[in-house]
Design a protein around this ligand. Sequence first.
Ligand code: B12
Ligand code: SF4
Length: 490
Amino acid sequence: MYSELYLRLEPIGLERVAAAVRATGHEVRMLDLQIFSHADYRAELDAFRPQAVGFSVNYLANVPEVIDLAKETKRLLPDCFLMVGGHSGSFIAEELLEHGRGAIDCVVRGEGEVIAPRVLEAIGDSKLSALPGVVTPHGHGPPPTLLDDLDRFLPARDLARKRHKYFIGVLDPCASAELTRGCPWDCSFCSAWTFYGRSYRKASPEKAAEDLASIAEPNVFLVDDVAFIHPEHGFAIGQELERRRVKKQYYLETRCDVLIKNRDLFAYWKKLGLYYMFLGLEALDEEALKLHRKRVTPGENFEALEIARELGLTVAVNIIADCDWDERRFEVIREWAMTVPEIVHLTVATPYPGTEIWFTDARRLATRDYRLFDVAHAVLPTRMPLDKFYAELVKTQDILNRKHLGWGAIPKYGFPAVRALMRGQTNYVKMLWKFARVVNQNRQYADHQRPVTYEMRPPKPAVAKPDPAELFVHLPARLQKPTASGTAPG
Ligand code: B12
Ligand code: SF4
């Protein structure tokens, strides 16, 4: 639903894996199924006849689609090797193999750059099951290892076709780039830190600037989990960009306390072209922030909004709606959203595999349909009847629509919209009047009535503290077993 409306962005993780695979001499093609149809995919298989296909499953909601495509691929090309990687896929490797019923040859957990070429090399060899992060029907290797240097394997953006389809709001067209990877915080609802073992790595300022300079699009989405945690890194990249005279507009996502602490850096980036920022507010009250283990106070959240306003940035914020909410709780958010200039998103609290709440939340799932795990649907039992819950949710989300989309967008975004149109870009303008068709209480409710072919494995009984071996994809350094040279790789 998200990508039907607000944005569509290039699969930068897959592009990096593609760059690594290509560096070992393979011919690689990429097809983004956010843009292309399944018929296009079949036509590509027929024309290219690949020896291996890799699916990227960053989003749990895409699991059924990928399993069906894997089965179809195996039917059409029985000798083709099929692997699945990506964020969500990494947390449910065995489950994917089970659903695939022999169609998926292996799941690659964790970062793909180093391991994907080694997987291709090991096709047909029993050592495949012993590679780090690799899970096959015959066994699994040790935990995956982290890429030692983010400067390696810059995204193969040339493989993305129809690049003009990528945009975020008024930043149309928009490419993506990665300056840092990982997050040192540990919010209970998030799987960024469990995926990367709470590590945090930075590209060198020179390489980051070189990559940004190579981008053809005038706008860039920075995919970092939390942008600009270390101010000296942000300043150094900025200086490299100035030296190269790179002028672009940027979107980034960060935390409120990082913005407060590094205000000067954000002001500097505003001069460099920072236009649009996403702040993970998550809640307005202290109690909920503690529950999410956000490690910020409501006071800091509001202070950060003030700073962003002073800097003149367009800001989107997110609030997490709990399935336990009643009408009054939604009303509080609506009242607040009406008074602030920011774009207020509302997502539904979702225990994803890989998050701490997946292990600790004692509430039973109301559904195990992967497609509903997209933070737009309620997967936990709701206090209100489900249809009423969606009515309240959509009524609250509609404030965003009335204030920032449709005719409401023209005073603020009219000029950039015209500029995008003059470049021949229509993604943004087309989305302006689409809200009611996409975000719709009847549609959301009806989604729960669809037949379910693939069901998620239920969570194990709730525990107070999850076992790190089950929680993390990449193990944190302190939990890794020492190797002969003294420390574990990665
Ligand atoms: C950028 C981003 C987005 C972009 C998406 C851009 C795109 N086209 O993919 C936008 C803003 C659109 C977005 C939207 C959403 N996102 Co988002 N997003 C992220 C974020 C911050 C970074 C992803 C990224 O680009 N990382 C950098 C690249 C290099 O890493 P990567 O893609 O993971 O790829 C590496 C590995 O996974 C692996 N790999 C990947 N593919 C493959 C394939 C093969 C074959 C192999 C071998 C390996 C491999 O190798 C890559 C290189 O190391 C992640 C957090 C995170 N750290 O993952 C959340 C995250 C993925 N998003 C999340 C969510 C909830 C959403 C939304 C549902 C809601 C929302 N409001 O945020 C929507 C849904 C979008 C949709 N399309 O359905 C959740 C995932 C939930 C889940 N388990 O399904 C995450 C984990 C954030 C979180 N806080 O928990 N998101
Ligand atoms: S929500 Fe943001 S700050 Fe919290 S762990 Fe995830 S990426 Fe880090």
